[in-house]
Design a protein around this ligand. Sequence first.
Ligand code: MTE
Ligand code: MO
Length: 160
Amino acid sequence: MSQSLAPAGTAAGPVAELALTGDLTRPARLTVPDLLAWSQHRTDVSFECATSGVRHHRFTGPLLHDVLMAAQPAFDPARRKDRLRFLIAVSGADGHHALLSWAEIDPDFGGAPVLLAATIDGTPLDRAGPQLVLPQDRCGARHISGIQQIRVDGGYTTWA
Ligand SMILES: Nc1nc2c(c(=O)[nH]1)N[C@H]1C(S)=C(S)[C@@H](COP(=O)(O)O)O[C@H]1N2
Ligand SMILES: [Mo]
């Protein structure tokens, strides 16, 4: 029997998959090990949770911007203004979700070093799924864990 017919991760338990969807020329499904193909960054963050106080974590992984650029968002890369209508919707397996604007992570605009973490505190996130890391955030609410989908949306074209 062909091994490729077995469900992903059968031997070692389920492997989480992240779907990159929306206005992308190259939509993709990525595992956490797939994220190691991009240049890896490390960041130590502290954030405050409204219910459990200050938390500290070390994360490693690629820049969200690098991963999304590989999926080729449907804007004209040479026209900076064309990127300003794009939103990034990030959602976890439990339904927790948040919106970022494209300009927030674009090096020509906000340039925030937002990571798609592949490890937390030295532990791989292969089964839990990647985590959004925003070193600039004081509050922890956007540090979405177990990311299942990232939807890039350039449909905000009607300006009333
Ligand atoms: N998927 C998911 N991610 C989440 C949340 C959640 O409810 N679901 N809560 C957020 C909030 S409010 C905080 S403060 C941090 C807490 O992260 P920690 O448990 O690693 O300290 O996770 C964030 N990420
Ligand atoms: Mo929180």
